[in-house]
Design a protein around this ligand. Sequence first.
Ligand code: WTA
Length: 674
Amino acid sequence: MRYLVTLSVNWSLPFNEKIQVAEGIKSLTPEAFRQLHESSIKDPATFWAKVGSELDWFRKWDTPLDNSNPPFYKWFAGGELNASYLCVDRHAKSWRRDKVAFYWEGEPWEKSGPKDRRTLTYADLYREVNRVAYLLRSRYDIQRGDVIGIYLPMIPELPILMLAAARIGAAFTVVFSGFSSDALADRFNDSNVKLVVTADSGWRRGAVTPLKPVVDTALAHVKSVRHVLVVRRSGLNVEMHSGRDEWWDEALSHVSSGAKVEPEKMKSEDTLYILYTSGTTGKPKGQVHDTGGYLTLLHATMRWVFDARDEDVYWCAADIGWVTGHSYIVFGPLLEGVTSVMYEGAPDYPSPDRWASIIERYGVTLYYTSPTAIRSFMKLGDEWVKGHDLSSVRLMHSVGEPINPAAYRWFSSLVGKPRIPFGSTWWMTETGGIMISHVPGVGMIPMKPGTNGMPIPGIKAEVFDEQGKPQKPGERGYLVIQDPWPGMPVTIYKDPERFKQVYFSRFKGAFYSGDYAVKDEDGYFWVLGRSDEVIKVAGHRLGTYELESALVQHPAVAEAAVVGRPDEVKGEVPVAFVILRQAKAPSEELRRELNLWVREKVGPVAALSAVYFVSKLPKTRSAKIMRRVVSAVVSDRDVGDTTTLEDGASVDEVRRAYAELAEEVKESRVHSAT
Ligand code: WTA
């Protein structure tokens, strides 16, 4: 039996295709795994307490879960620990002292190979984290509870800084370097940032991308920032404001190599970081993650999902600017004392096989990547992969968006050898770590191309129907998590009401993820995509709100609706439908201008794929734009129930604009080809 679930994914799900896992990994039947899982969720707090006790605590907790004030749960209440101590000191003071923590590779390439490489052992990390912690405290007066704003490229200073902040009990908020000044200012204002750390620039596809100038523009609108610390990366000439800005290397040159800072004894529920995520409405939400619960989840998933062992070389090819990098480049692997690869740039620079050369160069055994990356490699052809010895890889996972079975099969046969564990781990910024996944470190059920597997031990997930009842197998519903879990957000920064309303009001007592999912007859979960208007561009999560509010700030724009359109490689790309102000005429030039405008306001990460001019947009009678309808048109789906629509002709208007531009593009292709 094959089901066809058409939603954001337009492929049929091979519910019954099963690939057995190779030797070396314990295999389990789905039934055996379900039983094991059942016993873990009978009493999740006791189950997680066993996992939590594997970390080194300064003080043991009084209770594993304080659930006196739902949904504001406190994991390991009364316990004290420090993330920097757990990720660095423990290893630096053990036999792992000279073990490599990071093999870092910069993007620039010379004839003979990568131009910039650095190797950091755990002892090096210990020294640098201490020095930076010392600098933060002594020179910039950063105290426990202060927030540091971070806008850095993928360079070793980034994890060092995150660990140094954690060491002295300061929280941090990292903003992805693909966001621009307005997005930065919003986030830094919301979190009341005291110090900003940035770099002169980063490298992307051979080009220098300025960062410090973006910070300067943003800070014109942020009052709380007193100092800016700037790492030199490319040597780009940037303006330094005297009294406010300092170079990282110069400031650190005054700190001795033996400087030490005692790790603060943090309460388990103390904030480790705030990370902003976009939603449908309103400004981005600052997800607040705690220390004890979060690290416990990372410890568990590094072991169960990645089966991380001391001899492994692990590479998570994400960016630290997103949650995947926070959890699975910085805190997760370092907690386990793993050797990681950290790469600065584009996977296909200077040639399409850069990523494969990295696997070969470092002998990567555990590889964590994204469906978009896999699809882009697939498009470039097999020969780029075949030229490299990738036999070291023993386990792979992907994350960020659904993986289509065709991409899964291609990657699995070319890189993974078909029988090594290869899963699609489902989780979100909110969940802190992986929730639904195959767990090779515990035991593997057969793999199915495109599935997420089952909830990991200790996590009670379900697919609900509209009424909040478990959905029938094979039927689409809403993905929820039914019990509190370690790693869950503490709140939305400064907005506990919104936290309750967004995640805990839709279904009583359950966390609402906002994703559609199906559970098949074997109990495997298949996450299909968002049920709200969040767009996933190359796995990057973008809210429609930021893009639309950027558009309506343009003097020519009266109204705008942004939706995601399916894309062969990136999964989705944002497209905008725009109503112009009276007296403004649509033109190619204006289209380009609006594109540039959004790029400048929100950042290159939000670049629009197309702008359509319309005279009306589908709205409800209460004047709310029905993005769902617009989205159906650009995805060639049925527009569904339109009874609440105020003016039916608006749908035809959207269709017309969409078809017209498609026609123009076709024609211009014909012209340029002739
Ligand atoms: C989507 C990324 C299908 C999902 C860690 C979720 C996935 C959103 C998968 C969160 C997967 C993530 N299969 N969809 N394996 N992993 N998603 O916050 O829609 O950037 O809600 O966290 O990504 O994105 P976020």
